[in-house]
Design a protein around this ligand. Structure first.
Ligand code: SF4
Length: 363
């Protein structure tokens, strides 16, 4: 805790807040990309301590929230096969598909297991040669390297009863889609520190230059976020549009090149649908053809799927920063973390769940 306490020091927080108050002269809309940052902002009440001129917009950086409903339905269909052991990180189990969720499938007696690493799923495949083992490979650039490593391991070991249901998404194309939208209000970004730990921040420089927008690579603790906001506001007030690195204790410009190497060995870029947002060009990963035998969609013949989102849930607008959770008519009433109607209420990184846990509107 000692190391964490350094980044939660209230005296230092007051100093940075004072500096932000002195710096700001105009209204600015700043988007924090990552759901982990949203969670810290709401948990520590950072949004309420900032000057009124600064509006924080919560971005689409929660992997559970943006996994499309079709992918959840595919996971449910695969997991409902008695010959399958379906492995996933725990937070995917409660995400609602169009009719049910993986937790209910597990309760019906199908073999759905929570694992803490994709390599655990490879080991389960080794131990259960008579079964098909499927791992739900979701997430941003942060989880792509270990998921790629699991496929590579299975390939090297000649394990044939292992496959992955891939739903990886990438941050820079999402930033560009937000900036290209006619509804865009975002004037500066706090980029997600953990994604940049893997990817570095070179790819953000072209975006900052093209769109004339400041991007600050930012961590997750309260002092990280306050400092990131200060750096972003300083750029906005001074008319600069650069990429700056608040999270230099972890992030380098080139990122983790070894992790990138294994990721690009296994995956290639593809168009990807985001839940509530729609398709974004070249915004995801799919397995390279060489690894097709590890593609669960091909193995189980469930490539084409189309499902309509519920009309009540406005998570798509929340994920684009157009609405806030409290703007949803069923927030805290019909939709709660115990009975979520949308993915942004399920995940601990989802904006709706963060608002429910830490804002006053609990019905
Ligand atoms: S409160 Fe529930 S229904 Fe409303 S936007 Fe959030 S997840 Fe969707």
């Amino acid at each position: 805790m000692k190391h964490l306490d350094e980044y939660r020091d209230s005296e230092k927080a007051k100093l940075i807040l004072d500096a932000i108050h002195k710096k700001v002269t105009k209204k600015w809309n700043i988007m924090e990309i990552c759901g982990g940052q949203t969670h810290s902002i709401v948990k520590y009440g950072i949004d309420e301590l900032l000057p009124n001129e600064i509006n924080l917009i919560h971005g689409p950086g929660c992997p559970v929230c943006v996994t499309p409903i079709e992918k959840i339905d595919k996971a449910i269909e695969i997991a409902s096969n008695p010959n399958v052991i379906f492995c996933s990180f725990g937070d995917m189990l409660r995400v609602p598909g169009s009719k049910t969720d993986l937790l209910k499938i597990k309760a019906m007696g199908f073999d759905v297991r929570i694992v803490y690493s994709p390599v655990d799923a490879v080991n389960i495949a080794k131990q259960n040669p008579e079964k098909e083992i499927v791992f739900f490979a979701v997430g941003f650039e942060t989880t792509a390297p270990p998921n790629a490593q699991a496929v590579f391991l299975a390939y090297q070991m000649g394990i044939k009863n292992f496959s992955v249901l891939v739903s990886h998404v990438l941050v820079p194309p999402a930033i560009k889609a937000i900036l290209d939208s006619k509804n865009n209000r975002v004037q500066g970004f706090l980029a997600a520190g953990h994604v940049c730990t893997v990817m570095g921040f070179k790819e953000y420089e072209e975006i900052a230059e093209k769109y004339k927008i400041p991007i600050v690579v930012t961590g997750f603790e309260p002092l990280d976020i306050l400092q990131g906001i200060y750096m972003c506001v300083s750029q906005l007030e001074e008319g600069r549009s650069e990429v700056e690195n608040q999270y230099a204790r972890v992030v380098t410009k080139d990122g983790n090149t070894k992790a990138q190497k294994i990721m690009y060995e296994i995956f290639e870029i593809t168009d990807r649908k985001w839940r509530g947002i729609g398709e974004i060009k070249e915004s995801g990963f799919k397995l390279k053809e060489k690894y097709n035998e590890y593609d669960a969609e091909l193995k189980f013949g469930i490539v084409n799927y189309s499902v309509e989102e519920s009309g009540e849930c406005i998570s798509g607008l929340i994920l684009q920063g157009i609405k806030k959770p409290v703007d949803c008519s069923v927030f805290g009433a019909k939709c709660t973390p115990e009975h979520p109607l949308g993915a942004t209420m399920v995940s601990s990184e989802g904006a709706c769940s963060a608002y429910y846990l830490y804002k006053e509107k609990k019905l």
